[in-house]
Design a protein. Sequence first.
Lengths: 706, 333
Amino acid sequence: MTEQQTRTISPRSIGTSLDRVDGREKVTGTASYAVEHADVNGTAAPLSLWLVTSTVAKGRITGVDASKALAHHGVSAMLDHTSAPRLAQTDNAELAILQDDRVGFRGQVVALVLAETSEAAREGAALVEVTYEQEPHEAELREDNATYRPDKVNPDVETDTDEGDVDAALAAADVVVDQTYRTPYEHNNPLEPHATLAWWEEREGREVLSMFDSTQGVHGVVQALAPMLGLENDQVRVRAPYVGGGFGSKGEAHAHVMAVALAARTTAGRPVRLAVTRQQMFSLTGYRTATISHVRLGAGRDGRLTAIEHAVQEQTSVVREFAEQTASPTRMLYAAPNRRTSHRLAQLDVAVPSWMRAPGEMPGMYAHEVAMDELAVACGLDPIVLRERNEPDLDPETGKPFNDRRLLDCLHRGADRFGWSTRPAGPRARLEGDWWVGTGVASATYPAMRQPGNQARVTALDGGRYEVAIGSVDIGTGARTVLTQIAADALEVEPSDIDLAIADSLLPSATVAGGSSGTSSWGSAIVAAAQLFREDHGAHPDPGVHTTASAADDPAAEDYAFHSFGAVFAEARVNRWTGEVRVPRLHGVYSVGRVINPRTARSQLVGGLVMGLSAGLFEESHRDPRFGHVVTQDLATYHVASHADVLDVDAEWLEESDEVFTPMGSRGIGEIGIVGTAAAVANATFHATGVRVRSLPLTPDHFLDA
Amino acid sequence: MRALDHRRPATAQEAVDLVARHPGATFLAGGSNLVDHLKLGVASPDVLVDVRRLPLDGIERVEGEDGAVLRIGANVRNSDLAAHPVVRSRFPVVARALLAGASGQIRNQATTAGNLLQRTRCVYFQDVTTPCNKREPGTGCSALEGYGRYNAILGASPDCVATHPSDLAVGLAVLDATVVVLGLEGERRIPFDELHRLPGDRPGADTTLARSDLVTAVELPLDPDVHRSTYTKVRDRASYAFALVSVAASVRMEEGRTTDVRLAWGGVAHKPWRARRAEAALAGQQITEDAVRAAVDLELETTTTNRDTAYKVAMLRNTTVMTLLDLAEEASR
Ligand SMILES: Cc1cc2nc3c(=O)[nH]c(=O)nc-3n(C[C@H](O)[C@H](O)[C@H](O)COP(=O)(O)OP(=O)(O)OC[C@H]3O[C@@H](n4cnc5c(N)ncnc54)[C@H](O)[C@@H]3O)c2cc1C
């Protein structure tokens, strides 16, 4: 395997709206998702697994009585911490289930029931009687208990930053905004629940674990599970041909994957399958912490920032640490000589938080961009003018030049398209019928990331066709289509000449479909392999020859800070009687490098806008601290935007190409669509009503005095 | 899987007898509420007496002792009821209440009786791992000091603060409807207001019906005078959410003053809350913002709220004002 310096490829299929290559399978229902795979490992139908979860938040299991469960028709086995297979490693306590009698949160896996049907397994699980010695628990995030300072925050960045003298600058500032903003617990809720099918077999005298898993990264699952199960990586094979959404919650293996692996180890080769229930997804598959952002902005009367402070309080789980990098966008978005950020956590006896839809950027941008709106009001400035005045020359965080910072272009183009110039300067200026009408804007930014550790393989086939293989996953984004286009252009053939093989850990290794890094990371590896292939084998290769390569970083990339940018414009209407909020218009303009497929790109961006709208107006998980679990644990009580809430939503992008970043000129599209949206909506509700709400979601009860 | 007996009785009387005979039996209609409860473990009947094929699906005008009524069979689907021409023209409050509820798919499945007898959406009632007096008498009320956004503010008890979730029921409350019930003792008629009950110290019972009472129809008086009626539902999202509060109203006006005004609220109590004190205050009055506010505040004198439910007072007041002002304007056109 070679590391190849890539050259920029010239777009032919790239830039066109190639139909989704798997569209037909999906709309005709022939695409098989994880637990839909039948006929694996011989003929025996899979056994169904059901999870028994704890009903206390903290304590010790004193007994597990499975006699009634085992007597139930169809139930074949029950595994608990005394009978489940032992793990070789237990440092990842989220995954190390059934290894001891400790309970770390309510909803944790405490036993497994195997049965011939999922109905029998479910009933069997309900019949397992678990007794506990309960201990006092803490499950509530408060300002007074979020005091723990983690070593790093996700993914691996500084917990705190401090430059200049923020306090002095604030004391001397003409205008100060000093406010606290809150965002609620949020759960990812992909349409396809987390689901796994697994079986063990012996090959050449070695145990092999095979899985179909609904995951954002097959290699990540291998790497997480293999050492814990006492296996080499090549003893685990994970496939994920189709995945019905993840939004970060399938970015890492969660406890249910280990549950299936452990259960299948006891069934003598018979496959075991599990689909996590919607209710269980509220405690087992990750979520976003609630956040409390204390923001202080100091500025001159002209709006030029002299100080930015963003002190974050949020929570993690005692079982496993995850620290959301909420203040990270604040570190680079605007210029100011004095700046300070920090993250402090409450360590609670609760489910393990994880990646969700732009971890960090999403709640952080909400707080920062609403604070900027407040500053614009305080300075009597148009919010776009305020942002123009605070545009940095260099990345405030690294001191490097931005490669292609086009925030102002996005703001100006969006303002044009949205009709911003006719906006009344003050709030509460337009009443139409029973509705107050207002508009708001917010910036969006998201780091461009290219992950190391990606390889691709190009193999010549008969008839001028090529197999292009990389173990990446298409979680519904369109990756399969976009990678086909990249491969075609890199090999200078038609997309129809490419057989793309993905979603299998036997293929060359690929990083997670997350952090908007997939297309950049996998695509660059494909370009590297294709270019090296042509160098080695020429334009008319013999069938069977192949090349595997990874992409070397462009040395010039060291010198730049890479971020995508965007501007989101929202119109909000607030009913003066009922307080209900509607968003008739939502418009995003983005700078994301070259767009590889306008159709899938638009779908990603519009999807991000809808998710941001949904988070802005509706989404909230309510954890009951007395019990320790989320009690709004279904989609009737955890509201996401309905069709009726999604009106005129549109996204567009600037024509550009970021060739320092990737040989395709692209920078990655995903989270950028969501990050500015909630703030834009919040700012629009203020402009409509004059009522400033500093917490999400913006439910009707907040606007009753409007 | 728990073994379940599924019976399809040929007659309504047979259905009643079946449920009466089996202590673990329950009626099944569209199943859109009951089947969820089977999965969640909230209900665990051993016999499902499926009444869906009983011929209780007509909507017809019937001449009764006290004049004509529109008789709506218990099995009429929510979608069909909402689309019925007489319902749309004479009882818009019913059509609007139905269309404000659930989703198109669920309304196709849900029946009239099932809708009225659906159970609370209180999150603790639906979560068998938490105490709930309604589900398991004597275990305590988790909602009292828990997640309270949808809790009752009127007529609640220390044992239960659940609200009734049906929109249809709130609409029917202003129509002086009658519920036709077949029981072991034969058929009887219950005024709509007496179908649902307040929780008191028996929150397990949502209604005054006996376990084996089968609802066979709902009757709406076809008053020769025209009443304007409507339904306003306030919810967290534009569609597919239960009411935070809702207002059903019916008015008749002459020369700018009410000759008949009826008001019912949803999302605030264990049953549709007929606001009779407010109605009395508005009787014979002009409908103005001030008059409605004063009337609502009179009715709300007995509310109990906490941090989570305090918003409902203002929301209810505002929504009632908006609804009645709109209706009055329509009535005077
Ligand atoms: C996601 C979702 C959203 C919803 N949103 C709304 C909403 O916004 N507003 C709203 O009002 N409703 C809403 N609903 C509830 C829906 O209206 C009810 O589930 C439905 O009306 C129940 O009717 P069914 O025929 O399916 O009843 P079933 O589920 O079959 O039965 C419900 C109950 O009624 C009893 N029953 C049924 N028929 C009879 C009879 N003839 N006599 C005596 N007892 C009987 C059953 O034993 C059972 O206890 C929603 C439901 C869901 C699932």
